[in-house]
Write a protein that binds this ligand. Structure first.
Ligand code: AMP
Length: 418
C-alpha cells in the first residue's frame, strides 16, 4: 500500500495527515505530489472528491514551510490559489489549515459578496498563502493591497468551471500580474479544447496527471432511476424522504427557480430543506451549507454551479431531481456520494422529456442502473422502448395502440429498462 511516508514530506505535514486520519495518498496525490515536489508545472485532470486539493496543498505547504516557515521575515504572498466560487475557496482554505496545522504558515481566503475590510486587515498583517475568487482578487489588486513579487506558486483550480462562469478574462489578467518564473498548477475536472489552450499558454513543460475517467466513479455508487412524470417529481421526492427516512440528502435541480419551488413544497410538508444557488447572497449560501454539514438541515437543494463547491464527507444520498443535459455532469453530481471510497446511493428522476438525457448518461457510465418500478408515481404511459421499430400495423388503427399491443410494448420495455 502506498504511504505518505514514502513521499519525503516534512514531518509536520505527516503529523497533520495522521491527525486527520488519512492513511494513504489517493491516486491523484500519489501521482501529483512527487512532480510538484520536484518543482514541475502540472496539468491535473481530476474532479472534486478525488483528493485533488490535498494533492496541491501538501507539496505547497512542504515547500513553503522549508522556505519561510520558521523565518521571522515579513510574510509575503508566496502562493496564490484562484478558484471560481466562495464555497470552493473556503474549502481550500480549510484544507490548507488542516495540512499546515503544525507549520507557521499563514493563509487567507478572500471572496466577493462580503465586506473587504477584514480581508484587507488580514492582508496587511501578511500572508504566505492566498486563496481567492477572481473578482475580489482583481479588485483588491487594483486598490493596491496585493503584491505578487514574491509569488512562487500559482494554482488555477476548477479551470473548466472558471471558463463556464465567464472568468477567463479575469484569469488571463491574474496570470499577467504574477512573476514568470513561478510554478503553475492547473486543475480541471474535464479537458475541453479551451483548457488545453490555456494549459499551453500558462504552463511551462507541464507534467500531466489524470484520475478517474469520469465513468469509473460511478461504479462504487448504487444508482437507481425512477421514471416519473414531471408534475409528480415533488410528490415522489417527498414520498422517498418520508418513507425511506432519508436525511443528509443533496438534491440537484436544473434552475434556481426550480430549487426554490422544491424547497417550498418540502417545507410545506414539514421537511427541513433549504436551497443554495447563485441568487442567494454569499453569506446565506455559506450559512445553509454549514447548517447542512451540521445536520441541522436534512435536505439541501442545489443547482450544479452552487453545488460545485460543496465538500461533505460521506454524503449518503444524491438525488437528481432533474437530469442534467450534459452526461458528465451526472457523474460529477453522483460523485458527491461515494467519496474517498465510501459507497453511497444516487437516485435519479427521469421525466418523459428527459429520456434523451438519460440515454446519453447510460451510454457514458456503461453500468447498470436499477430501475425502481414500485413507486406511487410511474409514468402515466408506458415507458417507451427507444430501440423499438415502429409498428406499421398500428397506423391503420385510428386510436393508436390496441390494449393487447400496449401490453406487448410494455413487455418489450421491461426488457429494455429492467
Ligand atoms: P477534494 O477532491 O480535494 O475535494 O477532496 C475530497 C475529500 O477527500 C475531502 O473531504 C478530503 O478531506 C478527503 N481526502 C483527501 N485526501 C484524502 C486521503 N489521502 N485519504 C482520505 N481522505 C482524503
Amino acid at each position: 500500500m502506498l504511504d505518505f511516508k514514502n513521499l519525503n514530506l516534512h514531518s509536520s505535514i505527516l503529523s497533520a495527515l495522521e491527525k486527520k486520519g488519512y492513511k494513504s495518498p489517493t491516486p491523484i496525490q500519489a501521482q501529483a505530489i512527487p512532480h510538484l515536489l520536484e518543482g514541475k508545472d502540472l496539468l491535473g485532470i481530476a474532479q472534486t472528491g478525488t483528493g485533488k486539493t490535498a494533492a496541491f496543498a501538501i507539496p505547497i505547504i512542504h515547500h513553503l514551510h522549508r522556505m519561510v516557515g520558521s523565518s521571522k521575515k515579513t510574510k509575503q504572498i508566496r502562493c496564490l490559489v484562484v478558484t471560481p466560487t466562495r464555497e470552493l475557496a473556503v474549502q481550500i482554505g480549510e484544507s490548507f489549515d488542516t495540512y499546515g496545522k503544525y507549520t507557521n504558515l499563514r493563509q487567507l481566503t478572500i471572496f466577493g459578496g462580503v465586506s473587504q475590510v477584514p480581508q484587507v486587515d488580514q492582508l496587511k498583517k501578511g500572508v504566505d498563502i492566498l486563496i481567492a475568487t477572481p473578482g475580489r482578487l482583481l479588485d483588491l489588486h487594483k486598490q493596491g493591497f496585493l503584491d505578487f513579487d514574491h509569488l512562487h506558486f500559482l494554482v488555477l483550480d476548477e479551470s473548466d468551471l472558471m471558463l463556464d462562469m465567464g472568468f477567463i478574462n479575469d484569469v488571463r489578467k491574474i496570470v499577467k500580474l504574477v512573476p514568470n518564473n513561478r510554478q503553475t498548477l492547473l486543475f480541471s475536472a474535464t479537458m475541453p479544447m479551451a483548457i488545453r489552450e490555456l494549459a499551453d499558454t500558462f504552463l511551462n513543460k507541464p507534467e500531466y496527471v489524470s484520475v478517474t475517467p469520469v465513468s469509473s466513479t460511478a461504479e462504487i455508487i448504487e444508482q437507481q432511476v425512477y421514471f416519473v412524470d414531471k408534475e409528480n417529481k415533488r410528490g415522489l421526492l417527498y414520498h422517498l424522504i418520508r418513507n425511506q427516512n432519508l436525511s443528509n440528502v443533496l438534491v440537484f435541480v436544473r434552475t434556481k427557480h426550480g430549487a426554490d419551488n422544491v424547497v417550498k413544497a418540502l417545507k410545506k410538508n414539514g421537511v427541513n430543506a433549504e436551497a443554495i444557488h447563485g441568487d442567494k447572497s454569499q453569506t446565506a449560501r455559506q450559512r445553509v451549507l454549514d447548517q447542512f454539514k451540521n445536520k441541522e438541515i436534512s435536505v439541501l437543494v442545489a443547482t450544479d454551479i452552487a453545488a460545485r463547491g460543496i465538500d461533505i464527507e460521506s454524503l449518503p444520498y444524491v438525488i437528481n431531481f432533474d437530469l442534467p443535459n450534459i452526461p458528465e455532469t451526472y457523474v460529477h453530481r453522483i460523485g458527491r456520494t461515494g467519496r474517498a471510497g465510501n459507497g453511497g446511493i444516487s437516485i435519479s428522476f427521469c421525466g418523459k422529456d428527459e429520456e434523451v438525457y438519460w440515454k446519453d448518461i447510460l451510454k457514458l457510465i456503461k453500468v447498470n442502473v436499477k430501475t425502481i418500478k414500485d413507486h406511487p408515481f410511474p409514468w402515466k404511459e408506458n415507458i417507451p422502448n427507444p430501440d423499438a421499430k415502429p409498428d406499421l400495423r398500428n397506423k391503420k388503427k385510428p386510436n393508436g395502440e390496441s390494449k393487447s399491443r400496449k401490453s406487448e410494448a410494455s413487455k418489450k420495455n421491461k426488457k429494455r429498462w429492467y
